[in-house]
Design a protein around this ligand. Structure first.
Ligand code: ASP
Ligand code: MG
Length: 390
């Protein structure tokens, strides 16, 4: 049995937490199983490193920024390996390149292309526990790359897939995949199981618990992926195939990285083609006569506005409003149950929350709402669908 386990920044933020995480690995190892560990940078180290770079210059060179940010995980792997060795477990720390992680060259958002598993297999065959740096790899030019914020989950899933692991466990500071962010809704409930598709929607709609690309890898490779707390025993959520039929709700999310883009003076296809060429992700596309509205990530709002003005030329209008959030209800079989969207929107009306854009499908209903109402809306929709009706 081979298990890949990953510890996020909050699970390795100080010596006591590293001790706790190392003991989880030790327990698995002492059962005679093989284990590979992936770790993130400690606490908010990646943000600290990022702000160091902006002390030097406003927009640092992307290659050098990756070289800097990758050091956070390199501190964690060595500390974790030292701890394990001190507990009598043979461990070896490996940076991304030592673990054979080959990526594309897109600094800051590189995709994992291949994992050359020889080194990992050799270490496992020697009875060692490899401790691999998450979030990083090396490209064909032998430059260090990072794979996107929150990417250590993706490193873990990719390693598990490449090694044909029996299980990949993402250890975090919450009990698993909850029905809402417990900071917004303390009574949020734990999902014991969730389908790959629904988990992907949760992750892509703002649930911070798993990096969306890790779920895609798990689905593609039919990997058994689990999310569990590193501080409480038992519990956790298994991400797997769910029942073929039936309907249920899994959670409410809010994504504050959203902006409302309103444009006129062109056709939707032309606008979307221009946005896509610049890598802007637009969704919730709606047409009112001559006006087209989209939701775009807030971080891409300015560039989206600029692109549309350029491509549409004279007389065109494009403006982005960043004061919005995307509220989503994720479940399965939602469109087969007309009562669900009816309750979702009626509840928002009752709370006096205006809705600017809507999208609804089989596994997600989303509404673009004012950012100032987002927490109130999460609480209300959670109350509506997960018990506690006010
Ligand atoms: N340390 C990186 C970040 O903060 C990667 C991760 O935590 O998964 O984004
Ligand atoms: Mg994370």
């Amino acid at each position: 049995m081979l298990t890949v386990i990953k510890f996020g920044g909050s699970s390795v933020s100080d010596a006591a937490k590293i001790d706790n995480a190392a003991r989880i690995a030790k327990d698995i190892y002492e059962k005679g199983e093989e284990v590979v560990i992936v770790v993130s940078a400690q606490g908010d180290m990646t943000d600290v490193l990022k702000s160091k770079s902006t002390e030097i210059c406003a927009s640092p060179d992307v290659r050098e920024l990756d070289a800097l940010l990758s050091t956070g995980e390199e501190i964690s792997v060595s500390l974790m390996a030292m701890k394990l060795i001190s507990l009598g477990i043979p461990a070896v720390s490996l940076c991304g390149w030592q673990a054979g992680i080959l990526t594309g060259g897109e600094h800051g958002s590189a995709k994992i292309k291949r994992i050359f598993t020889e080194r990992l297999e050799t270490e496992l065959a020697k009875g060692r526990v490899p401790v691999v740096a998450g979030f990083q790899g090396i490209d064909e030019k032998e430059d260090i790359t990072t794979i996107g914020r929150g990417g250590s989950d993706t490193t873990a899933a990719a390693l598990a897939a490449a090694l044909s692991a029996d299980l990949c466990v993402i250890y975090t500071d919450v009990a698993g995949v909850l029905s809402a962010d417990p900071d917004d809704v303390p009574e949020a409930k734990l999902n014991k199981e969730i389908g790959y598709g629904e988990m992907l929607e949760m992750a892509a709609s703002g649930a911070g618990v798993l990096h969306d690309r890790s779920v895609q890898i798990a689905e593609k490779n039919r990997l058994k992926l689990k999310v569990a707390s590193s501080f409480e025993k038992g519990g956790g959520t298994l991400v797997t195939d769910t029942e073929i039929e039936g309907n249920c709700v899994y959670g409410v999310t809010r994504d504050c990285n959203a902006a409302l883009l309103t444009a006129s003076g062109g056709a939707p296809g032309e606008m979307l083609a221009a946005l896509s060429e610049k890598g802007v992700k637009a969704d919730m596309i709606t047409c009112f006569g001559e006006t087209v509205c989209f939701a775009v990530p807030e971080t891409q709002a300015e560039s989206a506005e600029r692109v549309l003005k350029e491509v549409l030329g004279n007389g065109a209008k494009a403006s982005a409003d960043k004061s919005v959030s995307k509220l989503s209800l994720v479940g399965c079989g939602l469109s087969g149950e007309p009562d669900i969207p009816a309750r979702f929107f009626s509840r928002l009306e009752k709370e006096g929350v205006p809705v600017f854009l809507i999208s609804s499908g089989e596994i997600r209903i989303s509404a673009l709402i004012p950012e100032k109402d987002a927490v109130k809306a999460v609480k209300a929709i959670h109350g509506e669908f997960f018990g506690k009706r006010e």
